[in-house]
Design a protein around this ligand. Structure first.
Ligand code: DX5
Ligand code: ZN
Length: 247
């Protein structure tokens, strides 16, 4: 990674929620994003699905670019062989790009290539590189990637749809992943994506998730602003429990 500015900025602010834009009402997206920002949201999560790697199709780089926002763009690529598509997403303003280890033939090369790219919003910021693991993928898969990755996401559901039920073993996997990272003496952000609700976000934050992706839980409540405020405060409560355990 050319610049660690964004990594350092986020590291100090965890836990963070990253709000899934595809759960939003597109007719009121502009004003809703303003309200999310006022609620304290910093990351906007784009779920890119190609109908091949996962069953649904969603949006591409054109949509990512068209969403004009001061929120950081967190792009989750659920597409086959994303290597040649990276440039399009970087040009669209991605600040964070996550790929699935299951979708790339050359994950390491892809991460190296992403590490050489420049953030289109601000060259000094750097682009955070993430890998995501489906619920059935062994955690050890990420070990050889540690030199080339800033974030590791565990999917709490099988990718394809918002609003699915959280797979309970994800919490245990997150704890094991944190141990693997600590044992290796690395500083890598961890995240959980999928199936997060008002009822389980604190628990996930207490296990130590740095970035928690949440789509339907923010947009299905009364207002997105209230939904986001609840999720941020519950994540912070969970993280306080984590820090109390450490002390
Ligand atoms: C699933 C996506 C997730 C998901 C989040 O394939 O990666 O980002 O849509 O939505 P919720 O929070 O509704 O599970
Ligand atoms: Zn996602």
């Amino acid at each position: 990674m050319r610049s660690k500015a964004l990594f350092n900025q986020l590291r100090q602010r965890v836990p963070l929620i990253s709000v899934g834009v595809l759960s939003a009402d597109l007719m009121s997206l502009g004003s809703d994003l303003e309200l999310l920002k006022r609620a304290g949201v910093e990351l906007l999560h784009f779920d890119i699905m190609d109908g091949c790697f996962c069953p649904m199709m969603t949006v591409g780089p054109g949509f990512v670019k068209a969403v004009k926002t001061a929120l950081l763009k967190d792009v989750h690529l659920m597409i086959d062989e994303p290597l040649d598509k990276l440039e399009d997403y970087v040009a669209a303003g991605a600040d964070m790009i996550t790929v699935h280890v299951e979708s790339c033939r050359h994950t390491h090369r892809l991460l190296q290539k992403l590490g050489e790219m420049t953030n289109a919003n601000d060259p000094a910021r750097g682009i955070l590189r993430g890998v995501a693991l489906n619920p059935g993928t062994p955690l050890e898969t990420v070990l050889p990637l540690f030199d080339e990755v800033e974030m590791i996401f565990l999917l709490g559901i099988n990718p394809g749809w918002g609003g699915q039920k959280f797979i309970a073993s994800t919490g245990r996997r997150l704890g094991q992943l944190k141990e693997i990272i600590a044992t290796a003496g690395r500083e890598i952000l961890t995240g959980v994506d999928g199936g997060i609700t008002q009822d389980n976000i604190s628990e996930v934050a207490q296990i130590g998730a740095d970035i928690i992706v949440t789509g339907s839980a923010v947009f299905r409540g009364n207002t997105p602003m209230e939904g986001a405020k609840f999720m941020i405060s519950a994540a912070n409560d969970g993280a306080k429990g984590l820090n109390a355990d450490k002390a």
